[in-house]
Design a protein around this ligand. Structure first.
Ligand code: ATP
Ligand code: MG
Length: 463
């Protein structure tokens, strides 16, 4: 599989054309090229365009270092410690620009850095030591991957063969170092190099393999799948905030139900959510738990229709039945209803804290969705206006909508609330806040240009 010389497919022999790219990506590629740098389109966008799919985002790779990219683009921000790269901010998208990486620490590839270990004295003033550019944990997880290299080295550092093809803006050719095109044609997800090694370096790649297979309708190649199953328990070595991001991507990619089946089949779900997984494997009152699967189908349909699902709603749908049952258990031992639900939610967040780190705010919104359900039954109740202006009302109603569609209960109440919302539209401000909250991960929210007005009565700070 590894080849020194890539397969080069000239423009007339492939279907990818410049007109399919985002104009911002084209502009950035040309600016880099004009300054004498090599610049390629890479990753998911090349893969998706070759498959006739719309790419989620455009990623570039170049031999310019992050510092050089920053000097070239005014809209550039450098991000990431583990994997330093440049983000180019445009009005409605962010283009990611990475620098070619080398596989192993190689001092000759150092371009911009000071020595990584010692403190340097400069005119008698001590500067703090620069962190190492490459770092591995005792378990072999790569904690820093910032050694720059060549296009060939960079292709081999990528995760899967289908994600490692370059599109060269210089001559519009496709450059394939890893036989990705063959795997793309066959519909196969295969790691570049030994799968066990690649999953040990970065366990999050196991979740990515599942997502790409589900999203593209591909199969995971045998050796890659065996390594994934064998190493599934090590998924918790991934950093919890990254695992949360990847968790959302898995279930909000439009093929969440397929992801869920692959996660169960591989042991990854058991490793991430042992308590929930045990519960799934037990029956409740003689019935298997099928609501999780049905709720993910519901999420998939909404996403495939171009809709959005907020993280708190996804969590409520996925874990609702589990949490209700846990809550019931607490109630039987005398705890009041709301407190029982709170305890169940706290238990789930605690179970997840060591792996998938759910932000506090999202946890609170999940609790709000579940604990407000009883309110939908009381249409004649007090102050429905104050209920519909609660921050998680829309998601709470979506949850109620799902439950009434699956159980056939509460349909009349749902109609009543839908009518009430139509007749009493939410003020635009709360809608705006909601849009920010419900952004799909990976797609940046547009920032508001509004500035805060200074508080009355406070003295203005002079410049
Ligand atoms: P999508 O954007 O559709 O989710 P993608 O393949 O573009 O899929 P990104 O997270 O945008 O995924 O990453 C861009 C590219 O960077 C990938 O295609 C892959 O080549 C490389 N990459 C991303 N994450 C990893 C990783 N954990 N290990 C190795 N390479 C990676
Ligand atoms: Mg991408």
């Amino acid at each position: 599989m590894k080849r020194k010389n890539p397969i080069i497919i000239p423009r007339p022999e492939h279907t990818l054309s410049r007109s399919m790219l985002s104009p911002n990506a084209v502009q950035a590629l040309y600016r880099l090229k004009k300054q004498g740098f090599t610049a390629y389109l890479v990753g998911g966008c090349v893969r998706d365009l070759m498959l006739g799919r719309e790419p989620k985002d455009f990623d570039l790779v170049t031999d310019a270092t992050p510092g050089q990219v920053k000097r070239l683009f005014r809209n550039c921000r450098l991000v990431g410690r583990r994997f330093r790269l440049a983000h180019l901010h445009f009005e409605d998208e962010i283009i990611e620009v990475a620098t070619f990486r080398a596989p192993e620490p190689d001092e000759s590839a150092e371009v911009e850095s000071l020595p990584s270990t010692a403190t340097t004295a400069d005119h008698g003033v001590s500067k703090p030591a620069r962190p190492p550019r490459h770092l591995k944990s005792d378990e072999g997880v790569v904690l820093r991957d910032n050694i720059f290299g060549t296009p060939a080295q960079d292709a081999l550092r990528r995760d899967f063969t289908v994600n490692a093809m370059y599109y060269d803006i210089g001559d519009f050719s496709l450059i394939d170092y890893c036989e990705g095109l063959d795997d793309l044609k066959r519909g196969v997800i295969r790691t570049i190099g030994p799968p066990a090694e690649r999953f040990t370096e970065d366990p999050v790649r196991m979740l990515r393999a599942v997502r790409f297979a589900a999203m593209l309708g591909f199969i995971i190649e045998d050796a890659t799948w065996s390594a994934l199953v064998e190493l599934s328990a090590t998924i918790t070595r991934g950093a919890p905030p990254r695992l949360y991001d990847e968790f959302l991507k898995l279930f909000l990619c439009g093929e969440g139900e397929k992801c869920y089946q692959l996660l169960r089949g591989s042991g990854l779900l058991k490793a991430l959510l042992p308590g929930f997984n045990d519960w799934l494997e037990r029956e409740s009152e003689g019935f298997p738990h099928t609501r999780t699967s049905a709720s993910l189908d519901w999420v998939d349909s909404r996403i495939q229709e171009g809709g959005k699902v907020a993280p708190q709603l996804l969590l409520a749908l996925m874990f609702g039945e589990y949490l209700e049952e846990q809550g019931k258990g607490f109630r039987q031992s005398g705890t009041p209803l709301q407190q029982s639900l709170d305890m169940a939610v706290a238990g789930l967040l605690g179970e997840l804290a060591g792996s998938v780190l759910i932000p506090y705010k999202v946890g609170m919104q999940l609790r709000e969705i579940l604990s407000s359900q009883h309110r939908f039954r009381k249409t004649a109740g007090k102050r429905p206006l104050s209920f519909i202006s609660r921050p998680s009302f829309i998601e709470s109603m979506d949850y109620f909508r799902f439950i009434s569609a699956t159980t056939g209960e509460g349909i009349e109440s749902l109609r009543w609330w839908e009518r009430f919302v139509m007749e009493n539209p939410l003020p635009p401000e709360s809608k705006m806040e909601k849009e920010q909250d419900t952004m799909t991960p990976g797609i940046p929210a547009k920032r508001s240009r509004r500035r805060r007005r200074p508080k009355k009565g406070l003295p203005q700070q002079s410049p």
